[in-house]
Write a protein that binds this ligand. Structure first.
Ligand SMILES: Cc1ncc(COP(=O)(O)O)c(C=O)c1O
Length: 396
């Protein structure tokens, strides 16, 4: 079954009792039992629910494995993986560029209980090899990363981690299984903020963790029920609905991102464009090797001040200023004060995360409209600059 067919057919037969083409939302907390312990495979909706089960089946299929567990948010899924595999005295390796919430949970929740976090440029494979020790339980990468869209080599990371007995977790939120299949490249666990492209419509918060081996999956599945951060049946249904157009949406997101990256590249008010599809992006060759497309996100640095950035992000017509990404409606954000504000300013500077960086999540609108909106914003900045200069000159 090809990808688009899976998104519509995998684990989604018509409902057997009524023939309903689309599965109902099993909005129930519990299930009638014929005798004590005699249930039909469901006994309590924290433990299992038919709507959630459908979603887990399709998400596992899309990542090419058997096991998936969905959670009430991407961070709840991340927490289940971290809680399953990290104990005091253990180490985890993470890249410089990582989602702010991942940085926060590690530094504020796991580091205080005695987990060592080794954060550095993991694309330096020599440094990565040295950093992984017998105490390293997890090597955690995001690729492409949030927000600079850096690319890490999954195959090489897996090779070095497995040589020392560590598991590799890939946050596949930005690429989605449509553009990247981390398990085929050797990853042990994949996590997602389902909130983003998988849900696709900015109307639900959810997360998922998938694994290839039952042994690796079992502790995560156990924590799904034991700690209870599960999504509602309605949220699962929204994602089931969103997933049916994943391929169509990802194609459009990528087309729009490419048009935007090309339009911003070389603009006099743009210092740098981050998009793995650009031939001079440092991760371009690896992205070409391990992805089937470059994804739908673009980030860029304005050659100006934070005030310029604020003026730009506040006045766009089609890009709404908001956290999150991956929906049909375009969004933009200022990572330094929004998604990555949980990383202290000094740490952001050290990690190379500029205060004039803007992250774009192009939606599924028409590319021309989106490009025009951004170029108009830059033209407006130019006008503002000229008038400030003119005022300064006349004041002299
Ligand atoms: C790459 C990445 N991973 C994980 C998360 C966390 O997901 P959620 O917001 O659904 O908890 C996010 C959220 O922005 C993200 O961008």
């Amino acid at each position: 079954m090809k990808f688009a067919t899976k998104t519509i057919h995998a684990g989604q037969p018509s409902e057997p009792e009524t023939g309903s083409l689309i599965a109902p939302i099993f909005q129930t907390s519990t299930y009638e039992q014929e005798g004590p312990g005699e249930d039909k495979g469901f006994n309590y909706s924290r433990t299992n629910n038919p709507t959630r089960q459908r979603l887990e089946t399709i998400l596992a299929e899309l990542e090419g494995v058997e096991y998936a567990a969905v959670f009430a948010s991407g961070l709840a899924a991340e927490n289940a993986v971290l809680q399953a595999y990290l104990r005091p005295g253990d180490e985890i390796v993470i890249p410089n560029d990582v989602y702010g919430g991942t940085y926060r949970i590690l530094n504020k929740v796991y580091q205080p209980i005695g987990v060592t976090i080794k954060q550095f440029d993991v694309s330096n494979l020599e440094a990565l090899e040295k950093a992984i020790t017998s105490k390293t339980k997890l090597v955690w990468i995001e690729t492409p990363t949030n927000p600079r869209l850096l690319i890490y080599d999954i195959v090489e990371t897996v090779r070095l981690a497995h040589a020392k007995g560590a598991l590799v977790v890939v946050d596949n939120t930005f690429a989605t299984p449509y553009f990247q299949q981390p398990f085929e490249l050797g990853a042990d666990i994949v996590v997602h903020s389902v909130t983003k492209y998988l849900g696709g419509h900015s109307d639900t918060i959810q997360g998922a963790a998938m694994a290839k081996d039952l042994k690796v999956f079992e502790p995560i599945k156990f924590l799904q029920n034991a700690t209870g951060a599960v999504p509602s049946p309605f949220d699962c249904w929204l994602t089931l609905r969103g997933l049916k157009t994943l391929e169509l949406r990802m194609e459009r997101h990528a087309e729009n991102a490419t048009a935007i990256a090309n339009a911003l590249y070389g603009h006099p008010l743009v210092k740098q464009v981050y998009f793995p599809g650009l031939p001079d992006h440092p991760g371009h060759a690896i992205a070409k090797k391990q992805m089937t497309g470059f994804g739908g996100m673009v980030s860029f640095e304005i050659d100006g001040t934070v005030a310029d950035v604020v003026s730009f992000v506040k006045s766009r017509r089609y890009f709404t200023l908001a956290e999150s990404l991956g929906g049909v409606k375009s969004l933009l954000c200022h990572p330094a004060t929004m998604t990555h504000a949980s990383i202290p300013a000094e740490a952001r500077a050290e990690l190379g995360l500029s205060d004039t960086l803007i992250r774009l999540s192009p939606g599924c609108e028409n590319a021309k409209d989106l490009v025009e909106d951004l170029l108009e914003g830059l033209a407006q900045l130019e006008i503002e600059r000229k008038s400030t200069k003119a005022v300064a000159v006349s004041a002299q």
